[in-house]
Design a protein around this ligand. Structure first.
Ligand code: ZN
Length: 195
């Protein structure tokens, strides 16, 4: 007679207690809150970005209290990046403008991922990092709603993650673009409520 095999993905910890994988394990992403996007007169200034800093701060504090990993996804370009055919040069590697604004600076233990284009997943270690952390759900914050937030959310969905985009933690250059992207996210991706 064949013994009954366990097929559940359960793991015994050192005390012999079963740990089931946590389907709700969440990470907070802070996207492109860099000086070149946020500061007054910056090359790719998103004026409304200064109005969401306190709200992102709130999410960061909440994540720290709940041991939720905080991942900074930061635009980082070479001097002659092809993106500069579309946008003025910004977030050039090694410059001050490519740094996270002082109010939201990463702390020790936070993860910083450098991106080269609109999606935080494209040619970066983000997916691998999230898998290592066991994360299944992402809270996306930062700029801009219809570009890096939207494309990162789409890529997250394609890879099987659920996303939450707190509306007061993202913004865009134009209100109509912000509304379009928020609608796309809520109607076409797998979302969850994070607050
Ligand atoms: Zn860029």
């Amino acid at each position: 007679m064949n013994p009954v095999k366990h097929t559940f993905p359960e793991v015994l910890n050192k005390k012999g207690v079963i740990n089931l994988p946590d389907k709700n394990k969440t990470a907070l992403l802070v996207i492109d809150m860099l000086r070149d996007f946020v500061e007054k007169g910056a090359p790719l200034e998103v004026p409304k970005a200064r109005g969401i800093v306190a709200n992102i701060r709130r999410e960061i504090n909440k994540a720290r209290r709940n041991n939720i990993p905080i991942i900074y996804s930061c635009d980082s370009h070479l001097k002659d990046d092809r993106e500069f055919a579309i946008w003025p040069p910004h977030a050039v590697k090694g410059t001050l403008g490519a740094e996270v604004i002082d109010e939201l600076k990463p702390r020790e233990g936070d993860i910083v991922i450098r991106t080269g284009t609109y999606s935080g997943f494209f040619r970066t270690s983000l997916d691998k990092t999230l898998k290592e952390l066991g994360v299944r759900r992402l809270i996306l914050t930062g700029v801009v709603t219809n570009i890096c937030i939207l494309y990162t959310a789409v890529d997250a969905y394609m890879r099987g993650y659920e996303v939450s985009v707190p509306e007061d933690c993202v913004t865009a250059l134009r209100a109509a673009d912000h509304r379009f992207a928020m609608r796309q996210i809520s109607e076409t991706l797998k979302t969850f409520r994070s607050s």
